[in-house]
Design a protein around this ligand. Structure first.
Ligand SMILES: CC(C)(COP(=O)(O)OP(=O)(O)OC[C@H]1O[C@@H](n2cnc3c(N)ncnc32)[C@H](O)[C@@H]1OP(=O)(O)O)[C@@H](O)C(=O)NCCC(=O)NCCS
Length: 172
């Protein structure tokens, strides 16, 4: 299967925080932000895989900075690496007011999506990722370790099988 560049599936989604999206303090609800991150990530995964892709897992998400009512939220999703039937998608969240003032990065998370065949609805092979920039190379290289962490934490891999993590810890 031929490889695809990160830029080919990069996805940018923009939202405005409306009253229905907020908590009682007037800031964006964490769950609503996660929903937008999931949507941006699944579009990106679907574009890379050229298939519908379901969310298999979400790594750690922290909410460092509140995003108030009326602010503009920009979500950027890009594929970092593919494996057999799954892809890792890096989603970053930025906010500013409508005039572009107070621009800031609010959080990010790594999502794993699995591509499903239209015919069987079973996991299907996905194109590999061709990293081009230094940042893409770094995200590509480190993806293998994040995969091991999430597979160990979800009980799908024995800690003794996490070779990349073992090598990393032995290097210190
Ligand atoms: C994701 C799903 C398709 C995996 O099905 P499965 O029968 O476990 O399939 P497999 O064992 O062949 O695994 C398929 C891929 O999923 C990955 N995967 C499964 N669970 C995972 C997890 N918790 N974290 C990371 N990757 C996971 C596997 O590593 C494998 O990736 P690879 O082929 O690139 O190595 C299935 O669990 C599912 O349909 N889950 C529900 C998805 C969904 O509805 N999400 C929306 C939230 S409700």
């Amino acid at each position: 299967m031929t490889g695809k560049k990160t830029i080919d599936s990069e996805t940018v989604m923009t939202e405005m925080v409306m009253p229905n999206d907020t908590n009682p303090l007037g800031n964006l609800m964490g769950g609503n932000l996660m929903r937008w991150m999931d949507i941006a990530g699944s579009i990106c995964a679907g574009k890379h895989c050229e298939a519908h892709a379901v969310t298999a897992s979400v790594d750690h998400v922290s909410f460092h900075k509140p995003i108030p009512l009326g602010e503009i939220v920009t979500l950027k999703a890009k594929v970092t690496r593919s494996f057999n039937t799954s892809v890792e998608i890096f989603v970053e969240v930025f906010a500013s007011d409508i005039k572009g003032h107070n621009p800031r990065k609010c959080n990010h998370a790594y999502f794993t999506f699995v591509a499903l065949s239209d015919e069987t609805l079973k996991p299907m092979p996905v194109p590999r990722v061709i990293p081009l920039t230094a940042e893409e190379e770094q995200l590509y290289e480190s993806a293998i370790r994040r995969r091991e962490v999430r597979l160990v934490l979800s009980g799908r891999m024995k800690p003794s099988e996490a070779i990349e993590l073992k090598n990393l810890f032995e290097a210190f």
